[in-house]
Design a binder for this molecule. Structure first.
Ligand SMILES: [Zn+2]
Length: 81
């Protein structure tokens, strides 16, 4: 008879582990997007096409004190015209 109990306990352990993994997945999912907060990545708006670009990857054009950021070289050229 003890084998029956052993199997039941094993089943419970497996079940608990499955639930734990499921919950851990949910918590990871909740925390995941929080790490990449929109505030942490400085976004700049392309004045030509209106696209938001990561500032470090943007094409920069300095006009005196004013600095413009573009998504691509094409937009930078278009802005100049
Ligand atoms: Zn653009």
């Amino acid at each position: 008879m003890w084998i029956g109990w052993f199997l039941r306990i094993l089943l419970v352990i497996v079940g608990v582990r499955a639930i734990w993994k499921f919950l851990a997945g949910i918590f990871k999912g909740v925390r995941g997007p929080g790490r990449v907060a929109p505030q942490s990545v400085p976004l700049v708006r392309d004045p030509v096409c209106g696209t938001y670009v990561v500032r470090s990857r943007a094409v920069v054009l300095r006009q005196g004190k004013q600095i413009e950021y573009f998504c691509s070289e094409t937009c930078r050229r278009r802005f100049g015209r």
